[in-house]
Design a protein around this ligand. Structure first.
Ligand code: SF4
Length: 759
């Protein structure tokens, strides 16, 4: 059945009525009592905004012109973010299952839920050991909360199993940064785009995932900067590229090695920089010489001339930037891909100068800060190493515990799932994470979470994951607390509280500190405000790579953010890294050899296509917030399957038909979106949806060996016309769906001709 027949049934009035009902009565600017300066809660750009407050409610938003990153702009997510604050779906009291796993979640008092959590955690730990309880944290939270979760796990619960959902996001870039450069942070401020001769965007859908960064790329282009884009889809930013390389998913390191090959053979290497500032060049040079473009072209599905053209453009730049994101990182070879980027930049001397560098664009609001604060399985605050004796001793002293009582490293988030299935982890405290949408192989994840003896979720909406919890604790949204985050460029900024949490909801840090007190560890958690926690972060990170010691709330306000490291109160911070030294004891960067290895699954006779997944501009991560905002929902109400018109014709599929995509993990039925802007051998499904709409029913859980990030971006798949619409189609306004699909089709990019470079 085609959804086309429903096109005339759509009436937007319903949606806007709903919007008005959910938002509350409209307020004119005269009614506004306060404009609270803060930042957008969504992506890593962290645009500056004012929240408009009237009658003690957040009723609107205005962009800040004074914040250098967005300068008066917001994307559709930012302009509607305030609608989550008073949303009728907010959790306003605790919930609990009183009659076992099959009983419903019922209203409970804070006393009842907190007593139950403490009693059950204690009993489970007594019977099965401290490590039987895990903490699964998030990165869309402030630094203060991220820090607190790491400390809560190690000090209050005394478990070694603490990790966070950033594991699923930028962890490949972390691995690459640590191996090659020694510091896990973007090398440059975003404003460096205006100093670059060439910007190479690989695996980053800038226009949809980091919309405001697009304006910086456009400004750079206006100044003459050349743009190279490599992506299996002709994303909006690829439309304006000077060289577009529509490479096959999962072949990034081959392409990067081939570009280095051309740069070596054509004498564009910066020998002086290599000699003075790096180690390990000879081996990388030898390997790169094994990747001539003629050979790599068939691996990547590109024309060799296009690879040569891109390499010449990059290699001849006086200053070049590389931007990457999840396209390159969500792979079982994600760290290799990141390292190959660093190799390219090091070989051409592109570090430590304006417009020269390599950076990952962080997808989560605090994707950068969340990976510095010590909530990672192997980390202590400040990017310290939990296995390093000096780091352990320092943090033990700051926390006031014996070093021998500080747990060692535990399981990364992706390995907690099998540990739950083995009943090694029997209980979990989860905050601001939605693995029932975000982890691959959803059926296995559901089995693991359902099997826990006690599953506690702290969140502000009842996410797909919270639906499975035994206890749900209502926490705060970003507008209801102070706290710092770090933008994708390494700038520490501050959210300011606009209103109090609704009903009985509490601030997350208050909930966690209360639990710690009830666990008998209150003396380690004496905080009375987010600022108190930040003051401890300053001490805990002093002398570490991510040194916050010189950052204060006041300095953040005065300077519009402070780039770490900032080692003293006199220091203004460090916008650009590696001007003199890299982050290793000898100050030199390390070339790391990369041999191209194919993705874990390649197309075969049964699964002849490549499936890749990603974001759309209207939604954020698991969609737990943005799917509840009427305007955003209306624009992208459900997943679709993007495929090339040639493939569609061959399979007898027309735009809007229901199609079924199958992989070795499961199947998903959704409407087809037929375009010219994707490789004919590739399918794309956005991943923001849950239950039977979850793209992660299909994705491959195979992990990158070092950082344990799943291979979301490549798996083998088959597509066919659906025998019938999915169950969810009955509950769905197909008119909304159809309009959204047609709008998407009408985007200039969707109708554009395939760019140069395709084989
Ligand atoms: Fe800015 Fe990102 Fe928020 Fe959009 S989602 S307004 S780009 S911070």
């Amino acid at each position: 059945m085609s959804v086309d027949r429903h096109i005339f049934q759509h009436d937007t009035t319903d949606t806007y009525d709903l919007y008005e009902r959910k938002r509350g009565p409209w307020k004119s600017n005269e009614d506004i009592e306060r404009y609270v300066p803060t930042h957008c809660c969504y992506c890593g750009v962290q645009c500056g905004m004012y929240l408009k407050v009237a009658d003690n409610k957040v009723v609107g938003v205005e962009p800040r012109y004074d914040f250098p990153l967005n300068q008066g702009m917001l994307c559709p997510k930012g302009t509607t973010a305030y609608q989550t604050v008073n949303h009728p779906d907010r959790l306003t009291y605790p919930l609990m299952r009183r009659g076992g796993k099959d009983s419903p979640l019922e209203r409970a008092s804070w006393e009842e839920v907190m007593d139950t959590i403490v009693r059950r955690f204690r009993a489970i730990q007594q019977e099965h050991g401290k490590d039987a309880v895990a903490v699964y944290s998030g990165s869309s939270m402030t630094n203060e909360k991220c820090y607190l979760m790491g400390k809560f796990a190690r000090v209050a619960l005394e478990t070694r199993h603490c990790d966070y959902n950033g594991r699923l996001c930028m962890s490949s870039a972390t691995g690459a940064n640590e191996l090659a450069l020694g510091i896990d942070r973007a090398a440059n401020p975003v404003s460096d785009a205006l100093h670059a001769d060439v910007i190479f965007v690989i695996g980053a859908n800038v226009g949809e995932c980091f919309p405001i960064v697009t304006s910086w790329l456009w400004r750079a282009r206006d100044r003459g900067t050349k743009l190279i884009v490599a992506d299996p889809r002709q994303t909006p930013i690829a439309r304006t590229a000077d060289v577009f390389l529509p490479l096959r998913s999962g072949t990034d390191s081959a392409l990067l090695n081939a570009m280095l090959n051309v740069i070596i053979r054509e004498g564009m290497v910066d020998e002086e920089f290599i000699r003075a500032r790096t180690n390990g060049w000879d081996e990388v040079r030898e390997i790169a010489l094994q990747y001539p473009p003629e050979r790599v072209a068939s691996i990547c599905g590109l024309r060799p001339e296009a690879i040569v053209e891109a390499a010449r453009l990059y290699g001849s730049a006086k200053a070049a930037l590389i931007y990457t994101a999840r396209g390159l990182e969500h792979q079982s070879k994600g760290v290799d891909n990141g390292v190959a980027c660093a190799n390219l930049a090091l070989a051409t001397g592109n570090f430590g100068r304006p417009g020269a560098g390599y950076m990952t664009l962080t997808g989560q609001g605090n994707g950068q800060g969340g990976r510095e604060m010590g909530q990672k399985a192997s980390q202590l605050p400040g990017e310290r190493d939990i296995e390093d004796p000096e780091d352990r001793a320092y943090i033990s002293e700051v926390w006031g515990i014996e070093e021998r009582d500080l747990p060692h490293s535990g399981y990364p988030a992706t390995l907690m799932i099998p540990a739950m299935l083995r009943e090694e982890i029997r209980a979990c405290f989860m905050i601001c994470s939605n693995p029932m949408v975000s982890l691959p192989d959803q059926h296995t994840v559901e089995r693991a979470l359902r099997g826990l003896d006690l599953f506690v979720v702290c969140d502000f909406f009842l996410s797909e994951t919270a639906e499975l919890a035994d206890i749900v604790l209502p926490g705060n949204v970003w507008a209801e607390d102070d706290g710092t985050t770090v933008s994708l460029e390494g700038r520490v900024i501050k959210y300011n509280k606009a209103v109090d949490p609704p009903g009985e909801a509490r601030r997350d840090w208050e909930i966690v500190c209360d639990l710690a007190r009830r666990l008998g560890k209150g003396q380690y958690f004496p905080y009375r405000s987010a600022r108190d926690i930040f003051e401890e972060i300053r001490i805990a990170t002093k002398g570490a790579k991510a040194d916050y010691y010189g950052i204060t709330y006041e300095k953040i306000d005065e300077q519009n953010g402070v780039f770490w490291p900032c080692t003293s109160e006199e220091s203004p911070g460090t916008p650009r890294l590696y001007e003199e030294r890299f982050g290793f004891p000898d100050g030199r960067a390390r070339f790391v050899p990369v041999t191209y290895l194919p993705p874990a699954e390649e197309p075969d006779e049964i699964y002849p296509m490549v499936l890749t997944t990603g974001r759309v501009i209207y939604h954020y991560l698991s969609g737990n917030q943005t799917r509840r905002v009427p305007f955003l929902f209306e624009q992208a109400p459900c997943p679709w399957v993007e495929l090339h018109e040639d493939m569609a014709k061959r399979l007898g599929i027309t735009d809007g038909d229901w199609v079924t995509v199958r992989t070795r993990r499961g199947e998903l039925t959704a409407p087809a979106l037929v375009v010219r802007t994707i490789r004919p051998d590739t399918l794309f499904i956005p991943y923001h949806y849950g239950h039977r709409q979850a793209a992660n029913q299909l994705t491959n859980p195979v992990l990158e060996p070092m950082m344990k990030i799943p291979e979301y971006k490549v798996c083998a798949a088959a597509i066919s016309p659906a025998t019938q619409p999915p169950e969810w189609a009955d509950e769905f306004d197909l008119g909304v769906l159809d309009l959204a699909r047609k709008r998407r089709r009408e985007l200039p990019t969707a109708g554009a001709k395939q760019g140069p470079g395709v084989r």
